[in-house]
Design a protein around this ligand. Structure first.
Ligand code: COS
Length: 384
């Protein structure tokens, strides 16, 4: 279907598709098996200016927005949901600076994020603060012109490869979520180290690790916005980034649908291609319906955000919820259509099914998305 993309958006989509097909595809199975971060692929994305597509021109970006990011992440994820994360997770960690950073912070970091010279990680989750983001235990204590951070973050995408991390820590525990603050922490800052690297079910061609802060001294100028704004910075960041997870899920689902369709046309049983059986046609029709509905939703929400819509918490959550549930069901159906072959690593759909699972979990579990949607529904109906 024609979504009437701009010429520039079409170029980004086509370039991302070419990178995925020509560069990602030949190595995706090996990277998945080894659980290796794709340094070489980051170089490819860098050289193609992919890291700057959603950043303003004045900070060295290409002047696009969430829509451009979604198009690229969708296409890259269509081939490998893991490798696409070097870009998607960097964008997630960049949003706090883009949305709330000072002019100095933007000038210092955004141009290097736009070229891909810097990779970034968003550090909110902790062992005891996952869904309950307000229960953050990491502390930040002001000491002269520095803050001293102590604590551990876990399950951080890009953790071991990031050059900077946007980190949420408590500057005043007595105030609960209103006592949280956000900081930019650079690799190499004293007391900042990478802990355990996780061995995962899916998105294995990405890094997920612990980040450890032991009396880590961060210059006060690296505080994002003001003390006490950390929770809002995190929530607004997630509102902005959830369509990106949705586009990752969309890409994975489209990739699985493509594989299932191709297989069903070629595979013969009972002397007929299995696609000629109505049962399978209907499965494929349901898969295609869900995928297209997700695409229309993701593009609509991304365009609304880029158009300046500020009240996006509900729609971003709807996007992420619907896209990730679709990715899970479509990839599971794709494995079913490929039957025994679908269960084998020789075909890509079992990997897609593993990759899809995380999209229902990270950037807020789908139970949390329903909470966000429900809260907004109550607010909206009360204000009528
Ligand atoms: N935009 C702006 N403000 C927001 C907001 C949003 N999207 N969401 C919440 N807030 C504000 C609330 O309005 C409230 O403000 P006041 O103190 O002025 O009333 C404040 O933030 C606290 O909100 P709330 O009481 O709803 O916070 P809870 O502790 O109940 O937590 C959820 C809310 C569950 C939505 C939040 O903790 C969350 O999103 N958790 C999931 C985190 C997540 O996605 N983790 C994944 C890891 S990051 S990859």
């Amino acid at each position: 279907m024609n979504y009437f993309l701009t010429e520039e958006q079409e170029m980004i989509r086509d370039l991302a598709r070419r990178i995925a097909e020509e560069k990602f595809k030949p190595i995706r199975s090996e990277m998945d098996e080894k659980g290796e971060f794709p340094e070489e692929m980051v170089k490819v994305l860098r050289e193609s200016d992919m890291f700057g597509i959603y950043l303003p021109e004045e900070y060295g970006g290409l002047g696009g927005g969430v829509m451009e990011l979604c198009l690229a992440v969708e296409e890259l994820s269509r081939v490998c949901g893991g490798m696409s994360l070097s870009l998607a997770a960097t964008a997630l960690a960049t949003f706090p600076i883009l949305l709330f950073g000072s002019e100095e912070q933007k000038k210092k970091y955004l141009p290097r994020l736009a070229t891909g010279e810097l990779l970034a990680a968003f550090a909110l989750t902790e062992p005891e603060a996952g869904s309950d983001a307000g229960a953050t235990k990491t502390t930040a204590v002001k000491d002269g012109d520095h803050y001293v951070l102590n604590g551990t973050k876990c399950f951080i995408t890009n953790g071991s490869v990031a050059d900077i991390a946007t980190v949420v820590a408590m500057t005043d525990k007595s105030k609960g979520s209103r006592g949280a603050s956000a900081f930019i922490v650079e690799k190499g800052m004293e007391g900042f180290s990478v802990g355990k690297e996780e061995d995962k079910m899916g998105i294995r061609a990405s890094s997920t690790s612990e980040l450890i802060f032991e009396d880590c001294r961060v210059p006060a100028e690296n505080l994002i916005a003001r003390e006490g704004m950390g929770f809002i910075v995190a929530m607004k960041t997630l509102d902005q980034s959830r369509p990106g997870v949705a586009s990752q899920a969309l890409g994975i689902a489209q990739g699985a649908l493509d594989s299932a369709l191709e297989y069903a046309r070629q595979r013969k049983q009972f002397d007929r291609p299995i696609i000629s059986f109505q049962g399978l046609q209907w499965m494929l029709a349901d898969m295609a319906t869900r995928v297209e509905a997700v695409r229309a939703l993701v593009y609509a929400v991304a365009r609304a955000i880029d158009g300046g819509e500020k009240r996006i918490a509900k729609e971003s959550a709807i996007c992420k919820l619907f896209a990730s549930d679709t990715a899970m069901s479509v990839t599971t159906d794709a494995v079913q259509i490929l039957g025994g072959y679908g269960y084998m690593k020789e075909y890509p759909v079992e990997k897609m099914m593993r990759d899809a699972k995380i999209t229902q979990i990270y950037e807020g579990t789908n139970q949390i998305q329903r909470d966000v949607i429900g809260t907004q529904l109550i607010r909206e109906s009360a204000s009528k």
